[in-house]
Design a protein around this ligand. Structure first.
Ligand code: FE2
Length: 377
């Protein structure tokens, strides 16, 4: 079937546990993001690519021309620097607050001034040493204020040619430099299902800390987005392995895969540099991963993706509403691929620092309601 921008996504079949897609009330969590065995090798995910694919054929005489050519863009000064630094401080204060309720194996509580406490025993559970997908982080007041910043929304509105947007219930990322207890290796991936052809999603980072060549940041293979369909035509997607996200708009590459992009496509690894208040946006078909800080700066960012409400199905809007009610994070996708992340698990049990609601609840403004999909434009 030909994909269509307004054709609903296939709702992935839930198998294996018999549980609801979003309800994890019995706390029977798995490593994957949603208790779900839904895989691109067995579940066709399609659609949403028409608008941006058509947009990419036009000439604008502005940054969009470069974006469609290279697959990424840094929107400078989307948030005034002073305000970005204020958001950063609020995020760091929140992080310390959550960390303070993590039971430590020692008598010491987490402190930014004591690097011996920068270990998992003193910290909230995080993905890849920085992404915080639990603890109601996605729905803290600062997260919603960041998402509601007009300068953050604007580049997405320009790309989509649509100001009636939804936003993702995405995670913040607080990466402490110099940790030795985090097993880390590059995890090149795309945040788009191999079966979803074309330019279907543009994801973003609201950058709150300096991200120079030695700081934590985003690494991407420039030009890989344009090779997405060709790669999977020549290299059929593999089934997921244990520990990979349960959501479908994700695919992890091997070193051999990356060689394909380098050798066949001439793709070069690029470190995206940015200042506090800049927004980094990239085509979700771009092979990317994070660079750990080599400097002393704590990487502090908020992921945020925007897409038109008209692309969302009623089912996905309902799923989104349920997650909003539960103060739960979802994926990088705002309009589909809606999956919950449940509660953080520590040593096989729910982390004692978990919460049922944000520490500082957001003000429910008209903008919040619309971006969350709870109110029509
Ligand atoms: Fe990613």
């Amino acid at each position: 079937m030909a994909p269509s921008a307004i054709t609903p996504d296939v709702v992935p079949t839930v198998t294996g546990t018999g549980k609801s897609r979003l309800t994890k009330a019995d706390h029977g969590y798995l490593d994957t993001s949603n208790d779900v065995v839904a895989d691109y090798t067995t579940t066709e995910i399609r659609g949403n690519a028409e608008i941006l694919t058509a947009a990419s054929t036009k000439t604008y005489g502005d940054w969009r021309d470069d974006f469609f050519k290279k697959g990424y863009h840094v929107a400078k000064g989307a948030i005034p620097r002073e305000r970005a630094e204020s958001y950063r401080q609020r995020m760091l204060d929140w992080f310390a607050n959550i960390a303070s309720s993590v039971p430590s194996v020692s008598d010491k509580a987490f402190s930014y001034d004591d690097r011996s406490t920068w270990t998992q025993a003193h910290l909230p559970m995080m993905m890849k040493g920085g992404m915080i997908i639990n603890y109601c982080a996605a729905h803290e007041a600062w997260a919603w204020e960041l998402r509601s910043e007009p300068g953050v929304i604007e580049p997405f509105a320009q790309l989509w040619g649509d100001s009636e947007l939804l936003v993702s219930f995405d995670a913040p990322n607080v990466t402490l430099p110099g940790r030795t207890d985090v097993p880390w290796s590059p995890w090149p991936h795309v945040d788009q299902s191999p079966t979803r052809k074309g330019l279907a999603c543009v994801q973003g980072i609201i950058n709150l800390s300096p991200a120079g060549p030695k700081d934590g940041g985003l690494l991407l293979y420039q030009g890989s987005s344009a090779l997405f369909d060709q790669f999977f035509a020549e290299n059929p997607p593999r089934a997921k392995v244990e520990g990979q996200p349960g959501q479908v708009d994700f695919y992890a590459f091997t070193e051999q895969d990356v060689e394909w992009f380098k050798q066949r496509g001439g793709c070069k690894l690029v470190k995206i540099c940015a200042e506090p208040g800049d927004v980094i946006i990239w085509d979700s078909r771009t092979v990317h991963y994070a660079a750990l800080p080599e400097s002393d700066i704590i990487r502090t960012i908020q992921y945020a993706t925007y897409a038109p409400r008209k692309l969302a199905t009623e089912t996905d809007l309902a799923l989104k509403a349920e997650l909003f009610r539960k103060h739960e994070a979802s994926t990088h996708w705002p309009h589909c691929n809606i999956w919950g992340n449940g509660k953080a698990m520590r040593d096989g049990r729910i982390c004692p620092a978990e919460r049922d609601e944000p520490i500082e609840k957001p003000e429910i403004t008209d903008t919040v309601l619309k971006l969350a999909g709870l109110k029509e434009y």
